[in-house]
Ligand binder design. Structure first.
Ligand SMILES: [Fe+2]
Length: 263
């Protein structure tokens, strides 16, 4: 059994700073890390932490240092991919032991039974994302090399339309390229992503793709054409992906209820 915790879209700034003057994203991530620590015995052994982009709000070195200090209590091998708010070089420097020294921030890792693939869809300075030709070739090679191992593939921008208009307008520009790349793959493949601050499950060329919620905010699932553009102050937790002769994903909510009470 292999268990990979996925946290996404933490939007951390330097210590004490607030996103949009309103969101204390460090406090929110700190609460989630505490929550995970509180239930760690219940979850069983965790093998790795995958962070699917927008670790930082502003791409600053200070924000990555703050992020690392906040997740330190998890004490997990940590693998990161960039989101549209991240900046490649400061992120590369902050995670020098886990990221390539140059080029796109693509990587593969063997974590227990799982082959983890991280893909870089960042177009610096823009909200939208693209799978570059370099990253596409990287993905094709990584899938070939995975052999019989189940694959957990991560990218920041969802390879599906989510129905929230203003987020789809800054989505993955070449979803068709990614779909073609995984369509013929016959192994066990689960695609995970972030960006839309909502947990959604979608079909992508016959594979299941799941987007993670954000610990700090969400976007209303409002599919009206004139839907307001903005974020909601809602802490939504994270995901745990488990491989045990098949993939299973659960959401870890940000707050504990009381109980359990006898029936
Ligand atoms: Fe985000």
């Amino acid at each position: 059994m292999t268990n990979v915790l996925q946290i996404s879209d933490t939007h951390i700034l330097s210590k004490g700073a607030m996103v949009s003057g309103r969101l204390d994203t460090s406090d929110a991530l700190g609460r989630l890390v505490t929550r995970i620590g509180d239930i760690r015995d219940q979850l069983g052994k965790l093998d790795a932490l995958l962070v699917s982009g927008d670790l930082s709000e502003d791409g600053s070195a200070e924000s990555y240092a703050q992020f690392k200090s906040l997740i330190a209590p998890l004490n997990l091998p940590t693998y990161v991919i960039p989101g549209n708010h991240d900046a490649r070089d400061p992120m590369r420097t902050a995670f020098a032991d886990a990221l390539p020294a140059n080029g796109p921030l693509n990587w593969t890792r063997q974590v227990g039974d799982i082959r983890l693939i991280g893909l870089d869809t960042l177009v610096e300075g823009q909200g939208l994302g693209t799978l570059s030709s370099d990253s596409l070739y990287f993905l094709q090679d990584a899938l070939l090399e995975a052999g019989d191992a189940p694959v957990l593939m991560a990218l920041h921008h969802p390879p599906f339309a989510c129905g929230i208009g203003f987020m789809d307008s800054i989505g993955l520009t070449n979803k068709d390229v990614l779909r073609d790349a995984v369509a013929a793959y016959s192994g066990r493949l689960r695609i995970v992503c972030g960006h839309i601050h909502n947990m959604m499950v979608s079909d992508v060329a016959g594979h299941i793709a799941i987007s993670a919620p954000s610990p700090c905010s969400t976007f209303a699932y409002d599919r009206r054409s004139g839907a307001p553009v903005g974020y909601m102050t809602q802490e939504d937790g994270c995901l745990l992906h488990c491989w045990n002769a098949g993939f299973q994903t659960i959401r870890i909510g940000p707050m504990a209820g009381s109980g359990p009470f006898p029936f």
